[in-house]
Design a protein around this ligand. Sequence first.
Ligand SMILES: [Zn+2]
Length: 455
Amino acid sequence: MNPQQLLIQNANVIDGTGAPSRLASVLVAGDKIQAVGSAADTLADPSVQRLDATGLSLMPGLIDGHVHSTFDNAAGHDELFYHRRPGMAAITAVRNVRRILTSGCTGFFDADSLFDLGVDLKEAIQHGVIEGPRMAVGGYALMTSVGGAAGRLMPDSGTMAYAVLLQGKDQIIAEVRRQIKIGCDWIKVHVTGSLSNRRSEGEMVTFTMEELRIVCDIAHSFGVQVAGHCRGAHSIKVACEAGFDQIIHATLMDDDALDAVVKHGAFLVPAMTFQANLMEFGDAINASPTLQEIFRREIEGSAAMLAKAYKAGVPVLCGTESGFSVTPYGDWHYREMEVFVKHLGLSPLQAIQCATQSGALALRMKDKVGTIEAGRLADLLLIDGDPSKDVSVVGRRDKLRMVMLGGKPIDLLRTDPDRTPLPEWRVHEFGSILSKEVVQQARGGQPVGGHGPQS
Ligand SMILES: [Zn+2]
């Protein structure tokens, strides 16, 4: 028997490749896109189910290149380190991955996870235990005892929240092999860390070149890729030379570092939504003006070089750092596109390409998802509006008509139970949760899109 077909007609099709949108039909058969354009009309069975999309736009589902699905909208390291329990972290993640999906994000890269939960979440989704987007996962982030983003809060050995602290080559080799064994798609390395007593120098490289090469050599020999948290030009160069496939943040990149990225074929995930949200909307949650100013400088200081990377043909992905209190799940997965348009000067179609076709690289599903083309998996959004003119409409929950994952429409009307604060779970470092509802209220009701309340 042929797979069941659905013919979506008269849609404003934005295919995710950066090409201009066009009015066309799209034929979905089973879990895949069978045909686009006149071929879709020709290949459709006479009895095909039809969906009239007149006035609506059809685009690939968003792929978020940087999410922490187990952090449960944490307000800072203190919360992640001392206020999370493995069982509850897994249970809240089950709720949160569905929230990510119903906002129009059909795939994401889970960079590192609390208690190594990423692999289990991914497999639970793959095998139909729970509902959620496609995932590619890292496990614990690799750090040396010098630490990562949390300075002296890091212990010298063992695991802490989302990180594993490693001393020397033998421990690095053992941990990379362990992560490969459990099924990680990516090894995430905190190539740089901030030393609290030397903060003026910015983040510093905390691994030796030999150690970084060992990570890449072992990972690559098993077909696993390597992602590096890199702030600072030197770290980007070192990571690319060692063989890293993905550079996260890449703020403070210079021309030499960009040359290394191009030469070694890496891609970039700046993940600036966190900074952009706090910078633009932080007032709604009484964020510190000093922090807002630091983030403003980070975005404005790195925009030109990231735009240069995009022009040089380097894939620059949209990642939102969702999982913190300023980037709650389900609310901001479209938001990096706005940042790319506003600060990097990309056109809406280019920004959409970064959030769809390029995003497939982080998902490790290049040529399988991320575009509307025959043979791709049918991960699709139907939107009342034209994202090729204004990407913000993708974030409007009231404009999202359909989210389709692998040919199946997701039930957007099913609501989760109301959530109240969990005991010993929250610490307020950045302020309260920066949901779109909070921003809307602070702006006199002007809509910014998104879901209902979170807690
Ligand atoms: Zn992150």
